[in-house]
Design a protein around this ligand. Sequence first.
Ligand code: RP5
Length: 166
Amino acid sequence: MAKQKNIYVGIIMGSKSDWPTMEEAAKVLDEFGIGYEAEVVSAHRTPDKMIKYAESAKDRGLRLIIAGAGGAAHLPGMVASKTSLPVLGVPVKSRALDGLDSLLSIAQMPAGIPVATFAIGPAGAKNAALFAVAVLALEDKALAAKLEKFRSTQTKTVLKNPNPRA
Ligand code: RP5
């Protein structure tokens, strides 16, 4: 896998069917102007690719990996087992069990291999990306200012219209 300049976040997912959820992470990174790559990498259907992806991620310049999967959601944990980069896991809502299976598969990691686990579905994907922004902002003042602005705009928007009926 080739090195690409200014690509700091890898968004991976177990299937194309995860994209409507994971796209929410991509939208946030677009909004903050952060370079990312997005790709289907399946723990079960493309295990060799998954290992190569995880093993090469750091050398290729990635700083964080956002990994989404549904059902038997082994992708985030398996990727975390092959890289020391921070892995942010997004449980995708599954057809059979509404994503509770995804959530537990991602959250219940054995001690020693951490995966930061987010909410089920689009909110989780969005928050994983905001978390990645917060981590990258620790060493980027301009990005930190953008994040502060995002948060204050969000607060103002809610305060401006507290009427739940309007
Ligand atoms: C997982 O299986 C994927 O992450 C996806 O959420 C789920 C279903 O995949 P498809 O059958 O829709 O390809 O590996």
